[in-house]
Design a binder for this molecule. Structure first.
Ligand code: IYR
Length: 228
């Protein structure tokens, strides 16, 4: 290694059995997570959102530039504006605007089991929308010039950690990706070097919330892993 400043790595290691139990306990918790499309308008503590964003901010990332920004939307006016812009894009995607759909037939076929359409009421109902931005440039100082590295990978991992923390806190989430989503940069007053990556919708499920049965169909370990 080249010469650099260091501090000790103070990770508390665990006995094997406890390690296994804790990994399985978190797996069991995460196996209960569902993408939610029916939200209640009940408020949730801002402290949970803050802690989850702090958790996301610990994600591994390129050169420790931490190339992310989380714009938290709670204002009803902003939520309505985002819903209207997102639904306009979705109507074009699904062909609900009278033109040919922008999505291919194959893509629309793949979505059939999920039952989605251009209607996105949850963008107004849920108490919080977290709009996640990827900073293409900026470095740790966010100067808008310094090159950032592995931006999509870094911000993708951060989103995973955000969702994990929110789920652990008993909140429902939906990762929503209207396409294109350039309108979010203006709505959230973010600079041109930031690219919106996704909206994480956060709240409690409505009492009659359902999830598509298709969502329970998870690939087994034997299919998703190989051991070499
Ligand atoms: N963004 C659209 C379409 C959509 C695409 C995929 I891939 C999904 O897994 C779900 C939806 C929408 O939100 O309806």
């Amino acid at each position: 290694m080249q010469e650099h400043d260091t501090v000790p790595y103070a990770l508390k290691t665990l006995p094997d059995q406890e390690s296994i139990e804790r990994a399985r306990a978190l797996r069991d918790t995460l196996q209960q997570r569902r993408t939610c499309r029916y939200f209640s308008d009940a408020d949730v503590p801002r402290e949970v959102i803050e802690a989850a964003i702090e958790a996301a901010g610990t994600a591994p990332n390129g050169a420790n530039h931490q190339p992310w920004h989380f714009a938290v939307i709670a204002s009803p006016e902003k939520k309505r504006a985002i819903r209207e812009a997102a639904e306009a894009e979705e109507r074009r995607f699904y062909g609900e605007d009278g033109d040919n759909p922008k999505a291919s037939e194959e893509w629309l076929g793949a979505l059939k089991e999920l039952g989605t359409d251009a209607d996105k009421p949850f963008l107004e109902t849920a108490p919080y929308l977290i709009v996640v931005f990827a900073q293409r440039k900026g470095g740790i100082e966010e100067d808008g010039k310094t090159q950032n590295y592995y931006v999509s990978e870094s911000v993708g991992i951060a989103c995973g950690m955000l969702i994990t923390c929110l789920h652990e806190a008993g909140l429902a989430t939906l990762t929503h990706t209207p396409s294109p989503m350039g309108f979010l940069r203006e709505a959230c007053e973010r600079p041109e070097w930031e690219k919106p990556l996704m909206i994480v919708v956060v709240g409690r499920p409505s009492e009659d919330a359902t999830v598509p049965a298709h969502a329970l169909n998870k690939k087994p370990l034997s299919q998703i892993a190989s051991w070499l």
